[in-house]
Write a protein of this length. Structure first.
Length: 312
């Protein structure tokens, strides 16, 4: 079971490898945007809808000299080996009135899919859509077709309840939470313990802090590829949408339309373009000068008392 204390078990190390500069992850905030470190350093975020903290620990490329951040989390017994772990903690300043989804969107160009590949992708996504519905989870997608005379951006969204672990508390806690990246479940903080609860009991109101935690071995952002697929190996994401980056975040969908409550941009920049290329990033053009390796950690109390609880 996850410990009741927020545990820092590995101190992030400075990045000296040029490859680390290629992966850019930026989240929009009230002040513009902040960079998210891929080496396990929590970053604070706040906008008009949401406030909280983001944690990402990503395994560096094999060609890199960088050590694996948080090796006790990424070097577990999973098969395939975990590429990264992501945790998003926060509260909504106004309770969402529509359906809350985790979403990804391409805004620069349509997907590069021929008839055969489009058909294959459709079959695969329909398969996942069906299995998501068996768990009462919503999954929607679009390849960017014309709709009412307007081309829709390629888009994929799924309920955040798909994540492996969720933690609920009345106060923000230092990330990362939990010791076992492979443990699945939902827990609510009660005093000094974590108590197992049903996910349907969670209310996304301003008094509740929720931490969504998930990890995978099948997506490698540093190499921009789907990785370690059984019988297939790796597939370069540029085969599907070229070199453009991807927007990701939390979306509220309602009869009135789609509203982004939290959004960020992830892309790979060639070393020759590091100092000049910004891409077509909309409002992200005004990037605050915040180093991804020097962002201030969340000002939450790091607890030191270890306790445990039984998970039924």
């Amino acid at each position: 079971p996850p410990p009741a204390h927020a545990m820092w078990s590995s101190k992030p190390r400075p990045a000296t490898d040029v490859l680390a500069k290629r992966l850019r992850i930026r989240l929009q905030t009230d002040d513009g945007s902040v960079n998210v470190s891929p080496f396990g350093e929590p970053v604070q975020i706040q906008n008009e809808h949401f406030e909280g903290t983001v944690f990402l620990a990503h395994r560096p490329p094999k060609s890199s000299s960088l050590p694996v951040p948080y090796p006790e989390r990424l070097n577990g017994k999973s098969s395939p080996a975990l590429m990264w772990e992501f945790q998003l903690q926060g509260r909504f300043l106004t309770k969402p009135s529509g359906s809350l989804l985790m979403a990804g969107e391409l805004r620069d160009a349509p997907m590069k899919l021929g008839p055969i590949m489009r058909g294959v992708c459709n079959v695969v996504l329909k398969f996942f859509q069906y299995h998501a519905s068996l768990r009462d989870l919503a999954l929607s997608y679009s390849f960017g077709q014309q709709k009412d005379g307007v081309r829709e951006n390629p888009y994929l969204a799924i309920s955040p309840n798909i994540v492996d672990r969720m933690f609920v508390s009345e106060q923000p806690l230092a990330l990362p939470l939990g010791e076992d990246s492979l443990k699945c479940g939902t827990w609510r903080r009660s005093g000094e313990d974590w108590v197992a609860i049903d996910r349907s009991s969670i209310s996304l109101d301003p008094s509740t802090y929720v931490t969504w935690a998930f990890s995978t071995g099948y997506l490698d952002w540093f190499n921009w590829q789907v990785a370690q697929l059984p019988g297939v190996g790796s597939i370069d994401l540029r085969n599907f949408w070229g070199s453009q980056g991807c927007w990701m975040g939390l979306v509220e969908e309602s009869p009135q339309g789609r509203r982004w409550l939290l959004e960020g941009f992830i892309n790979i920049v060639d070393s020759a373009e590091e100092d000049t290329a910004e891409g077509s990033e909309g409002d992200m053009g005004n990037i605050s000068e915040v180093s991804s390796l020097s962002s201030s950690p969340s000002p939450v109390q790091k607890e030191t008392k270890k306790t445990s609880c039984k998970i039924s």
